[in-house]
Write a new protein. Structure first.
Length: 451
């Protein structure tokens, strides 16, 4: 038998293929509430909820117990062989709060997986609705939908797309509702929402009979640093989709389940999607869990047509992940955290604008609920962005991290240039902690960009 050699302490830390390779990572030791502690005892205020997913706070005993109990009761069954009561209960709970008609849920592991599932689901709906010629997907530039190849094809973030461009399928992109840097050089509301009517123009140019679906983030997330659409945008989008039998897929992986102060961000805009994707906050980060919600009539069309959705996954409809999701939903309801986000989100936004809005380096502060973005500029009057080579977002983020404040980076907002940070804390953050975050951001902006 081959004798295993003993690894040194430095070697033991050297076998992980980390997501970040250009500098060493802090070793997280424990997390509770809105705080994370590393192995050296340093405390970090998680003001971004990781990548905007920790909603009910770290270290929830209720979720841990629910997961443990489910593992002991029934840890794994395959989704083609069994269902479980916890999966049924989670779907039933989601249906209570979902947009009108969304009452069937397909459970998966990640947001990207949910997006890919939604794209395939739209295609099969078109087939089973007697429109098999419809296959083309339209999405938006400056969008984020995930990094698997199908989701990446739909995504509109240049940095992630370029290295893998030869591998991507063809998805047609239109400009986003990004009024600060309008692709048409217009001003809202005099623009007449030109960016929304770009969808109809594109459908007509492609050929109305070949378009399957339009995919959009309800609130633009990581790529545009939380940019809500202008009033009226989604009303036009919904009307265009209905006119051409194009399915509307709303990506609420980041913005859903309370993050904007509503259970679904679509509630702010009086729009009902045909398909909606969920993830991130669905389990509060405790388990890998995402979902695709679908209108009942389309579920019926598939059942009567092909008979089954031609899709699946080893970890789809996972009982243990569902237990984490159900416990998270229970906390959101019981503690009225969605309502809390609506209330405290206004406070967060007002404080950000008041304390740092006048900075010559802050071009815009925008957001909704607990999803706020700060865009940094070289020239406040012209909105000239910093060059990407200046790494402004990275420098600001690192300076804040060194102070024990965690935010979320956003880059490439202005073509390939542009920098922003997102503030998106757990829903349980207190006002004194909000003040601590904003005070540090204010100081770091001054120290980093005034040099």
């Amino acid at each position: 038998m081959k004798k295993l050699r003993t690894l040194s302490s430095s070697e033991k830390a050297g076998h992980v293929f980390y997501r970040k390779l250009d500098s060493p990572l802090a070793v997280a030791k424990k997390a509770k509430g809105v705080w994370i502690e590393d192995a050296d005892g340093r405390q970090y205020l998680d003001a971004s909820g990781g990548p905007v997913l920790v909603n009910v706070g770290h270290g929830r005993n209720e979720i841990a117990k629910a997961v443990y109990d489910q593992i002991i009761r029934c840890d794994y069954v395959h989704g083609t062989m069994f269902t479980t009561s916890v999966v049924e209960d989670l779907a039933r709970t989601l249906a209570e709060y979902s947009p009108q008609g969304i009452d069937r849920f397909y459970f998966l592991s990640t947001g990207a997986e949910a997006v890919e599932t939604a794209i395939k689901l739209a295609r099969q709906i078109q087939i089973d609705s007697g429109r098999p010629e419809r296959f083309k997907l339209i999405s938006r530039w400056k969008s984020y939908h995930g990094l698997t190849l199908g989701a990446l094809s739909a995504m509109g973030r240049t940095y992630f797309r370029v290295p893998f461009a030869p591998l991507l399928t063809e998805v047609v992109h239109i400009p986003p509702p990004y009024c600060l840097r309008c692709s048409y050089g217009l001003t809202y509301p005099q623009c007449g929402l030109r960016c929304a009517f770009a969808l109809e123009e594109t459908i007509q140019n492609l050929g109305p009979d070949i378009v399957s679906a339009f995919l959009a983030e309800t609130v633009s997330g990581a790529t545009l640093a939380s940019y809500p659409p202008p009033p009226g945008y989604f009303k036009i989008i919904r009307e265009i989709c209905d006119k051409y039998n194009v399915l509307l897929i709303l990506d609420e992986v980041m913005s859903g389940l309370g993050r904007t102060g509503r259970w679904f961000a679509s509630e702010h805009y009086d729009v009902v999607p045909d398909i909606v994707t969920l993830g991130k906050g669905l389990s509060g980060g405790v388990a890998a869990l995402s979902a695709v919600g679908i209108q009942a009539r389309y579920f019926d069309a598939i059942k009567k047509g092909t008979g089954n959705f031609v899709h699946g996954g080893t970890y789809s409809h996972h009982a243990v992940a569902a237990a984490a999701g159900l416990a998270t939903m229970d906390i959101l309801k019981r503690e009225k955290l969605v309502e809390r986000v609506d209330r405290y989100g206004k406070i967060l936004g007002e404080k950000l604008k008041k304390q740092i809005g006048a900075s010559p380096f802050v071009g815009d502060i925008r957001g909704i609920g607990f999803m706020w973005g700060i865009e940094f500029v070289k020239n406040k009057k012209t909105l000239e962005p910093f060059s990407r080579k200046d790494k402004v977002a990275e420098r600001l983020w690192e300076a804040l991290f060194a102070r024990g404040i965690i935010t979320y980076k956003s880059t490439g907002l202005a073509g390939i240039d542009g920098d922003a940070l997102m503030v998106a804390p757990p829903f349980i953050i207190e006002e004194k902690e909000i003040d601590l975050v904003i005070d540090n951001i204010s100081q770091v902006i001054e120290e980093t960009l005034s040099q």
